[in-house]
Design a protein around this ligand. Structure first.
Ligand code: 5AD
Ligand code: SF4
Length: 447
């Protein structure tokens, strides 16, 4: 590896989940603090961080093709960009990346990226470094203070997973479940509010598995954290994702009926409607148990928008078992959902199970499932027409004078009128599309 000139500009490319988006933002802040500035749109950066996702197939392959593209673009421009691979592919395949991609000078796992600054100095000196240690919670304390954020900000409160669903790499790439301390979270929330946030989305692989200790030394759960955050006067909206059915508590259901700032939206993955498949997935809940939980949430908050994740074509899934997933979808009527073809992940138990399903079968099932989910999403949007709600303005729309924001139910709402980014605007929902709604402004609630 040759020595580099110190990078002046950077670009962080994040793939995958919102946790990665959060990590990407924090890495960007760290680089800015080091005096490196974001590369202008359309220009090559001196330092590129590929913040990767490993949850489904081809993610790793995508990394190699991205690296190839960067090297080629660099060669054409007569320079050699510094390349860092971060995120879950880095954690899972760090050694392999170093061996296969000589252009990569840094491999940094999701628990180690607070040390990226040092790694850059070493890379500039011509050294290649891998850091995929998983020390508990060290990174958050070591990251710089957040200065400027948009109106809707992410706050990671919990990381990792101890559930070991048989298809999933997360327990291997993100490690065991850890919760960030209560006081650290209140402090970071306050900093986010001072930096411009109005809404905070609490993040975690199993966000509702969060546990902590409050100021009085009492053990508290996720619902107490939400209630404590709701007491911050400048915070107007709270969301969270992703929850696990087995970590739902009475308090968590109740808070949806009691905490006004908590938005009426719940992302609760189920993966399958078949108990046989759920067992093989090691989900440790049944379809009926899941439906009962949703009933309870709906009792607490009748207008709650429900969302979920699904996997089709898990090894051994029969047509009849897939039909049980469709039946569950029909019963729930989701407002939104994410659905995926099963993807065998190296090192997970399901990857070597008998009965791997042919790609065409998975594709056909996924198309049927997505048809049903899209139908329900459109129906949910259509049923919202005529309602009045507050929309948090997040950015400008494509048309002149148009704004785009989110309804309490996380729908994208377009409207034209007098507004600014960060406003809460009272809007009447007047027209529904499959993925968004049109609104008519009634009044600016806050500026
Ligand atoms: N194949 C397909 N989908 C997966 N997910 C997790 N692992 C896999 C896999 N191996 C999906 C699950 C999870 C979401 C984040 O990604 O639905 O809830
Ligand atoms: Fe993966 Fe299951 Fe953990 Fe979710 S709960 S991160 S799907 S192992």
């Amino acid at each position: 590896m040759t020595a580099h000139t110190p990078p002046k500009t950077y670009r962080v490319k994040s793939f995958g989940c919102q946790m990665n988006v959060y990590d990407g933002e924090r890495m960007a802040e760290l680089l800015s603090q080091k005096g490196i500035t974001p590369a202008p749109e359309g220009e090559d950066a001196d330092l590129v961080v590929l913040n990767t996702c490993h949850i489904r197939e081809k993610a790793a392959e995508k990394v190699y093709s991205d690296i190839g593209r960067l090297v080629k673009a660099g060669r054409e421009a007569g320079k050699e960009p510094l390349i860092a691979v971060a995120g879950c592919v880095a954690q899972a395949e760090g050694e392999e990346i170093m061996a296969r991609a000589p252009a990569v000078s840094m491999v940094v796992g999701p628990q180690a990226y607070h040390r990226l600054g040092d790694m850059i100095d070493r890379a500039v000196a011509g050294e290649r470094a891998t850091d995929t240690d998983m020390p508990e919670d060290a990174k958050f304390a070591a990251l710089p203070k957040r200065r400027k954020v948009g109106p809707s900000a992410f706050l990671t409160i919990q990381e990792g997973c101890d559930k070991f669903c048989t298809y999933c790499v997360v327990p291997y790439t993100r490690g065991a479940e850890i919760s960030r301390p209560f006081n650290d979270l209140l402090r970071e929330a306050q900093i986010l509010l001072e930096a411009g946030a109005i809404e905070i989305t609490l993040l975690g692989q199993n966000v509702n598995a969060w546990t902590g200790v409050d100021d009085t030394g009492r053990d508290i759960g996720f619902d107490a954290l939400v209630r404590a955050l709701a007491a911050l006067p400048d915070l107007k909206r709270i969301r969270y994702t992703t929850s696990h059915p087995n970590d739902v508590t009475e308090g968590m259901i109740a808070m949806h009926g009691e905490v006004d700032k908590l938005m009426p939206y719940l992302h609760l993955p189920v993966q399958s409607g078949s108990d046989r498949v759920l067992k093989a997935m090691n989900r440790r809940h049944t379809a009926r148990g899941y439906l009962k939980l949703l009933d309870r949430f709906r009792e607490a908050r009748p207008d709650i928008a429900l969302s979920g994740d699904f996997i089709v074509g898990f090894p051994g899934e029969t047509e009849a078992e897939f039909a049980e997933t469709l039946a569950l979808v029909d019963a729930v009527k989701y407002a939104a959902a994410f659905s995926f073809k099963y993807s065998p992940r190296p090192g997970t138990p399901a990857a070597t199970m008998d009965g791997q399903i042919a790609r065409e079968v998975m594709e056909e099932r996924l198309a049927r499932l997505q048809n049903a989910l899209n139908r329900d999403q459109y129906a949910f949007n259509t049923a919202s027409v005529g309602k009045t709600c507050e929309v948090l303005v997040e950015r400008r729309g494509k048309l002149p004078g148009q704004w785009l924001g989110k309804s309490p139910w996380l729908q994208s709402v377009f409207f034209t009128g007098d507004a600014a980014i960060g406003d809460l605007v009272r809007v009447e929902l007047v027209e529904a599309g499959p993925n968004s709604l049109a609104g008519r402004v009634l009044e600016r609630v806050s500026a």
